[in-house]
Design a protein around this ligand. Structure first.
Ligand SMILES: Cc1ncc(COP(=O)(O)O)c(C=O)c1O
Length: 455
C-alpha cells in the first residue's frame, strides 16, 4: 500500500475546543500577540514543541502503575538502566529530571572560564549551561546547513576540518567534543554514522571524549538507515548501538525520543567523571537511582525506549513531516529542505518578503496561523535571536517558523487541516502585516515580549 498510516489506534482521546476566528483575535490581543501567552485550551493544533508532548502508549501507562517509589534501589531504576543500556551501552547511567539538568551537571564539572566546547550546533539549553560556567560554546556545523535549499542528506554533520583545526590550535581549552543528533537548532537535520565516527576518531586522537546529545537519536538512526550508503539493510536498533558505540557518553531529554512527558539522563564511560556527576546529582536532583524523577517516570521511559526504535513508527513519523513539507512546497510555501525529523521549518522571510526582518515576518506568520486556524507554532528568527545585550536589534540569519510535531498525537486530517490554513494564507499573504514590540525583557524575549500589529 502506498499510504503510510498511523501505526496505532486511539484508546483515550482529549477533546479539542474549536474556537472561532473572532475569539482567537481577542485572545491574541489579550496575549500581546505572543503565542506563549495563549492558554493551551485555546489552541486547536499545538505545534509549539515536540518536547514532553508525546502520547504515551497503553504499555507505558501500565508501566506507570508498576512504578516503584523507593528512595534507593528502586526496581524502576534498574528497568530504566537496562533499557538505556540495551541501546546505549555506557558504563554509568545517571537519571535527571530533564535534558538540561544532565547538561548542567556535566558542564559544572568540565566547563569553566577559558574552556571551549565544540559541537555541530549547541541547543539553547546546552549553550546556556556551557556559558553559565564561563566557557565558550562553539558551533562547527557544515556550511550546507546554512542554506535552506541545499538538499544535503546529513545537514547536521560536523565540519571535520574545522574540528581538527580547533583541537590542534586550542586543544588544551577543549574538555570534550559534542554532537547533537538530530541537530535541533539546525532544523532537525541528521548526522551520518560516518561523520559521527570520524568526529569520534578526531576527538580521541586529541585525547578528548565525544559526548552525544541524543534527544532525537531514533529519528537520526532512521535517517541513517534511509540515506547513508550501506545502511539500508540494517536494523535501526543496530544503527543506534553503533552511533553510541562511537561515543564516550551522552546527555538526553527523554521528553523527545523516549515518548515520555518528563525525564532525561547523563551517561558516561569514565568512572571518575561519573562519580563527580553522581555527587553533583545528589546535591541538585536526588539520589542516583531516581535523579529528579518518580519511579513511575523511569518505568515510562524504559517502555518508551523499546517503542521508539520500532521501524513502522519511525517510517510514519518521518513521513508525516515529509507529507506536510511536500504539500506546503506545492502551495509555494518555502520550507527548509530536506524536512527535519521532528518538525517542518517554514521560511517566513521568503514567504512574506514585504515584511522587513525587524518587523518580524516569523512572528507575523505564527500569529496569522493562530488567527486563521488556531494553530500554534514557534517563531525561530529575529524575535528569538535579534536582541543584543546592549539592547540594539539585528535581523537573525533566517526568519523561520517551526511546526514541531508532537509524537503520536495528531493524525493525517490534522495535517490536512494545517495545509488548508496555509492555503488561505497563501491567497492573502500580501495583506499580512508585521508587528512591533511594545515591551520585552532583556533576555529570552520571545517568551514574554508583547507585540502590536503594524497597521
Ligand atoms: C537538542 C536538544 N538538547 C537538549 C534539550 C533540552 O532538553 P530538556 O528540555 O529536557 O531540558 C532539548 C530540548 O528541546 C533539545 O532539543
Amino acid at each position: 500500500m502506498k499510504t503510510i498510516i498511523e501505526p496505532f489506534r486511539i484508546k483515550v482521546v482529549e477533546p479539542i475546543r474549536l474556537t472561532t476566528r473572532e475569539e482567537r483575535r481577542a485572545l491574541l490581543a489579550q496575549a500581546g500577540w505572543n503565542l506563549f501567552g495563549i492558554h493551551a485550551d485555546d489552541v486547536i493544533i499545538d505545534l509549539l514543541t515536540d518536547s514532553g508532548t508525546s502520547a504515551m502508549s497503553a504499555e507505558q501507562w501500565a508501566a506507570v502503575m508498576r512504578g516503584d517509589e523507593s528512595y534507593a534501589g528502586s526496581p524502576s531504576f534498574y528497568r530504566f538502566e537496562s533499557a538505556v543500556r540495551d541501546l546505549m551501552p555506557f558504563r554509568h547511567v545517571i537519571p535527571t529530571h530533564q535534558g538540561r539538568a544532565a547538561e548542567a551537571i556535566l558542564f559544572s564539572i568540565v566547563g569553566g572560564p577559558g574552556k571551549v566546547v565544540p559541537s555541530n550546533t549547541h541547543f539553547d539549553t546546552t549553550r546556556g549551561n556551557i556559558e553559565a560556567t564561563g566557557a565558550e560554546a562553539l558551533d562547527l556545523v557544515i556550511p550546507e546547513a546554512h542554506d535552506p535549499d541545499d538538499p544535503h542528506p546529513f545537514k547536521g554533520n560536523l565540519d571535520l576540518a574545522r574540528l581538527e583545526r580547533v583541537l590542534q590550535e586550542e586543544g588544551e581549552r577543549v574538555p570534550l567534543v559534542m554532537v547533537t543528533v538530530t541537530n535541533n537548532a539546525g532544523g532537525g537535520q541528521p548526522v551520518s554514522l560516518a561523520n559521527l565516527r570520524a568526529a569520534a576518531q578526531i576527538a580521541h586522537s586529541h585525547g578528548k571524549p565525544l559526548i552525544i546529545d541524543g534527544c532525537r537519536f531514533a529519528e537520526n538512526a532512521w535517517f541513517i538507515k534511509c540515506r547513508e550508503p550501506g545502511q539500508d539493510a540494517r536494523g535501526v536498533k543496530e544503527i543506534v548501538r553503533d552511533m553510541f558505540a562511537a561515543a564516550d557518553g551522552m546527555t538526553m531529554s527523554a521528553k523527545k525520543d523516549a515518548f515520555a512527558n518528563i525525564g532525561g539522563w547523563l551517561a558516561l564511560n569514565d568512572d571518575s567523571l561519573a562519580a563527580a556527576a553522581r555527587n553533583r546529582l545528589i546535591l541538585t536532583e536526588g539520589f542516583p537511582t531516581y535523579g529528579g524523577l518518580a519511579g513511575r517516570d523511569l518505568d515510562a521511559i524504559a517502555v518508551g525506549l523499546g517503542e521508539i526504535v520500532d521501524e513502522q513508527y519511525l517510517r510514519y513519523r518521518v513521513r508525516t513531516n515529509e507529507y506536510i513539507g511536500e504539500k506546503l512546497t506545492a502551495l509555494g510555501v518555502p520550507v527548509v529542505r530536506p524536512v527535519g525529523g521532528h518538525a517542518v521549518f517554514v521560511d517566513a522571510r521568503r514567504f512574506l518578503p514585504h515584511i522587513r526582518p525587524l518587523e518580524y515576518p516569523g512572528q507575523a506568520l505564527a500569529v496569522a496561523l493562530y488567527e486563521a486556524g488556531g494553530i500554534r507554532a514557534c517563531e525561530i528568527g529575529t524575535v528569538m535571536f535579534g536582541l543584543r545585550p546592549d539592547g540594539s536589534e539585528v535581523p537573525a540569519d533566517m526568519d523561520l517558523v517551526r511546526l514541531a510535531m508532537p509524537r503520536r498525537v495528531y493524525t493525517q486530517s490534522h495535517a490536512d487541516y494545517l495545509v488548508e490554513v496555509f492555503e488561505e494564507l497563501v491567497l492573502r499573504r500580501e495583506s499580512l502585516r508585521g508587528l512591533r514590540i511594545v515591551s520585552q525583557p532583556p533576555q529570552l524575549r520571545h517568551f514574554t515580549a508583547r507585540f502590536e500589529p503594524l497597521s
